[in-house]
Write a protein that binds this ligand. Structure first.
Ligand SMILES: Nc1ncnc2c1ncn2[C@@H]1O[C@H](COP(=O)(O)OP(=O)(O)O)[C@@H](O)[C@H]1O
Ligand SMILES: [Mg+2]
Length: 294
């Protein structure tokens, strides 16, 4: 059942010398949900996921998994979680099968049970034709699937995925989205970081938007979009793109009709990209300053 908190972080901070990568994050991840951790590059996503998964100690703050405060890599609760890192940690020079076996051995899974899990997961991921290929020869999307199988071989109830679709082509991204939904459909909790707004919108039950190591807002994608205004009127003012948000369609229409007619005037549904822009004043890719809220 979606509901009980399975991962809880309080006041998480991580400093690297003078750099504060994570600046006091509180999170409650509920059982069975897909929780999105959304933010631009450098926001602190990887650092947070590393602290949540005990791969790196926090400078301050606490993490609880299934009600237990976790202490470090030796904590037995580690067996309840699976991790797919942003920079995939596979042995490139051996086969897919050997990589999966290695993970099963790390988790001390008896050979018979490991064989059964491998068969099931490899079937689900469509990896059968690749089992005896060297990892080095696989494309990014297939490597990502192998990393997911390795992370699931001990049957964790919580799966952490750090930017699983970064750098993949559109088709591979959509295939991975389908797989993530299937992995979630049997009740597994999924925590996913991404800098793709559409990914969070499509996949996640709830999303936290983070920027500069802090939480900007948390809610369902619909709640976040409603908090800004469900409808966006987009237009150009002296050549600059401007967005204005409205809770209702009629208000958006009235505003649009009050604008001088011209190209670039549009009404559309508000997106998480707009939420980010509205909450931080910056485009998510942080490439350009965009004026808003006139
Ligand atoms: N080992 C490190 N040493 C110093 N600074 C780091 C280290 N790891 C991350 N940072 C810095 O912390 C910030 C957050 O990084 P990161 O968590 O990787 O962000 P994201 O995953 O959201 O792109 C960045 O400014 C990054 O340069
Ligand atoms: Mg990262």
């Amino acid at each position: 059942m979606k509901g009980d908190t399975v991962v809880s972080a309080k006041g998480l901070v991580k400093r690297f010398g003078d750099v504060t990568a994570v600046d006091g994050i509180d999170l409650d991840i509920r059982e069975g949900e897909i929780f999105g951790f959304l933010g631009p590059n450098g926001a602190g996503k990887t650092t947070t996921i590393r602290m949540l998964t005990m791969m790196a100690p926090a400078t301050s703050g606490t993490v609880e998994i299934q009600g237990r405060t976790v202490s470090g890599l030796s904590d037995p609760v580690k067996e309840r979680i699976g991790i797919v890192q942003q920079h995939i940690a596979l042995d490139r020079d051996v086969t897919v099968r050997e990589n999966i076996r290695y993970h099963a051995i790390l988790h001390r899974i008896p050979a018979k049970e490991a064989g059964r899990r491998m068969e099931e997961l490899v079937g689900m991921m469509g990896l059968e034709p690749y089992l005896d290929r060297l990892v080095v020869n696989l494309s990014g999307g297939w490597k990502r699937r192998v990393a997911i199988v390795c992370a699931l071989v001990h049957d964790p109830s919580i799966l952490f995925l750090d930017e699983p679709t970064a750098g993949l082509d559109t088709q591979s991204r959509h295939m991975l989205w389908d797989l993530i939904c299937r992995l979630n459909s049997d009740g597994r909790t999924i925590f996913i970081t991404t800098h793709y707004m559409d990914e969070a919108e499509e996949l996640c039950d709830r999303t936290a938007i983070i920027d500069h190591g802090r939480t900007v807002c948390i809610g369902t994608p619909a709640e976040l979009m409603d908090s800004v205004g469900r409808w966006t009127v987009e237009y150009r003012d002296s050549g600059t793109k401007v967005c204005r948000y409205f809770p209702d369609w009629d208000g958006a229409i009235r505003f649009r009709d009050s604008l001088p007619a011209g190209p670039g005037v549009a009404i559309r549904a508000t997106s998480l990209e707009d939420v980010f822009l509205e909450m931080t004043g910056r485009d998510v890719q942080a490439t350009e300053e965009v004026r808003f809220r006139i």
